[in-house]
Design a protein around this ligand. Sequence first.
Ligand code: AMP
Ligand code: MG
Length: 321
Amino acid sequence: MRKWLLLILISALLLISSCQEENPYTEYQFIMDTQCAVTVYKRADRQAIAGVFSLLRELDSKLDRFNESSEVYRINLNAGSMPVSVSDDTFRLISRAYDLCLATDGAFNPLMGRVSDLWGFESTNERVPSAEEISSLVSHTDISGLVLDEEEHTVYLVDSQAALDLGAIAKGWASQLAADYLKSRGVERATVNLGGNVYVIGQHKDGRDWVVGIQNPYAETGGYYATVQCHDEAVVTSGGYQKNFVRDGVVYHHILNPETGRPSDSDLISISIISADGALADAFSTACFVLGYDETVKLCEEYNVRAVALTEDDEVKFINF
Ligand code: AMP
Ligand code: MG
């Protein structure tokens, strides 16, 4: 699938609420490999937008594993050789990724970098790897090989063949940091949309919640299959329709089952997680897509988060609403 088409498709969530008298004002920038949009409603809040984009650019410069000057690149480069000292932000995010891997029983696994590279999802060389290639790398994704030292603020990958990939958690986490930043600047009402990872701040002026539309995987951008009402929460969606390629009539998508190293094959077409915790919403959306509907219900109940699922039978399920 072409990159621009993808970009359009991954705006999986569409903010459909607007209120004429509130004068929404939006600025866009391409950061974290996606189209980012920040919308504010008061004229005075517009001056806070530039700070959000510079925050996002700074996070991206630390977390992009393909950027040779990023912290994650350095961690991967030194895998099996030595711990790498990182910034507070990066340390906190990787700690969350570690915890969320355990919370999802490994369905969200931030050490899938090398396996993902094998399939070429992030490049133009998409291909179907052999079973041997896959199994030889899946054996290097054990989360116990991610060693975090709180005191030294270092991250160490014990296994030289392991590679950190924060692609399934970084945007949800960044959207929350962006929201926190806007609130710290006194902004009471805004939305941050990082390629479909939405964080809504506050409510409408008249006290109504935001209404966030969830992209229908079978429809054009802007066609949604469900809406959710929320305030001060992230709404994060994962789906195989967001990034994939076709070989010999088979669709291979970018969300891998960490147990098999192959695109997951659950009964979900799309899953959206709604939570004030942006990192959790993002990591859980990926994990739930792998785990399937029944396990999603259990996980959402255990962590008390809401979710909207589209199953392969085309049923729409609202979980914990
Ligand atoms: P998301 O769109 O949040 O579901 O994240 C998908 C991205 O996370 C992929 O493009 C990979 O970079 C990475 N990824 C794929 N499968 C997994 C997984 N099971 N756990 C963690 N990261 C993954
Ligand atoms: Mg995710």
